[in-house]
Ligand binder design. Structure first.
Ligand code: CO8
Length: 262
């Protein structure tokens, strides 16, 4: 395994890649070097044939307390624009094809909330603390928060949160549908839930899983009619996979399918 400075990587279960944000002195503030490492680790798991699902988590106290404010403070418009500051953050949402699960305990503020929302499935503890507090720093969300929060919660609630900068709890994230499940307990119970889902997904055909992620994500960008047509094209295409034959034959023979991932 590659050794990183700001993250830890491991494979706690077969098929599951676990990335732990590990910059405890700054509550996992997402400095550029951390993101470079995160993108590297995500890219490696995405390429790894033995990995079927990825989990991103933080510590008990902080998933991530935002982009690194100390790094951003002196940035000029020209430097941010010329270097396309934050653009590498889109790697997760734009490039990674395997499912990524966010397991959020503690603070998920600003860029931390945005990172969690870029993941495909979010789990959190009831007392996790979410928020987009950028307005308090004289700026606005810069890693997709205004778009993803609004799609998830609707305009009025997202507007209120982004313009007041007030936090919301893990329980609220669950009630509002931002998180798929709110886990009672701490980081350990949270990871157990995330791991179980990751293991389940990793146990299916990789071809079908990647297609499933792709079509759900299309729903965020296409009209209903275009989205349904996109889904149908891919659905038809999967009759060309070996795993569709394996899965349906196994059902008829009352056997457990042995996926070829082809
Ligand atoms: N950036 C840099 N350092 C941070 C950050 C951060 N976002 N958050 C915490 N830290 C550091 C603190 O400075 C402190 O360092 P030191 O010990 O050297 O003083 C250490 O982490 C521990 O923090 P606290 O002592 O503040 O811990 P508390 O438990 O008292 O408070 C809080 C925890 C409430 C989370 C508090 O740290 C806080 O308010 N943090 C900032 C939260 C915030 O505003 N986040 C949004 C940042 S802006 C953003 O993400 C914009 C995204 C735009 C898109 C992407 C841009 C890159």
């Amino acid at each position: 395994p590659t050794s990183y400075e700001h993250i830890l990587t491991s494979t706690p279960k077969p098929g599951v890649g676990l990335i732990t944000l590990n910059r405890p002195k700054a509550l996992n503030a997402l400095c550029s070097p951390l993101f470079t490492e995160l993108n590297d680790a995500l890219g490696k798991y995405d390429q790894d044939k033995d990995i079927g699902a990825i989990i991103i988590t933080g510590s008990e106290k902080a998933f991530a307390a935002g982009a690194d404010i100390k790094e951003m403070a002196p940035l000029t418009f020209a430097a941010a624009y010329n270097d396309n500051f934050i653009a590498p953050w889109s790697h997760l949402a734009n490039t990674i094809r395997k499912p990524v699960i966010a397991a959020v305990s503690g603070y998920a503020l600003g860029g931390g909330c945005e990172l969690a929302m870029m993941c495909d499935i979010m789990y959190c503890t009831a007392n996790a603390t979410f928020g987009q507090p950028e307005i308090k720093l004289g700026t606005i969300p810069g890693a997709g928060g205004s778009q993803r929060l609004t799609r998830a919660l609707g305009k009025s609630k997202a507007m209120e949160l982004i313009l007041t900068g007030k936090n919301f709890s893990g329980k609220e994230a669950g009630d509002w549908g931002l998180a798929a499940q709110v886990v009672e307990g701490g980081k350990e119970e949270l990871l157990e839930v995330a791991m179980k889902t990751a293991e389940t997904i990793a146990g299916y055909s990789r071809v079908a899983v990647v297609a499933g992620k792709e079509v759900v994500n299309k729903s965020q960008e296409l009209s209903l009619r275009e989205g349904v047509e996109y889904e149908r094209r891919l659905f038809h295409g999967l009759f060309g996979s070996r795993d569709q034959k394996i899965g349906m034959t196994a059902f008829a023979e009352k056997k457990k399918p042995e996926w070829s991932h082809e």
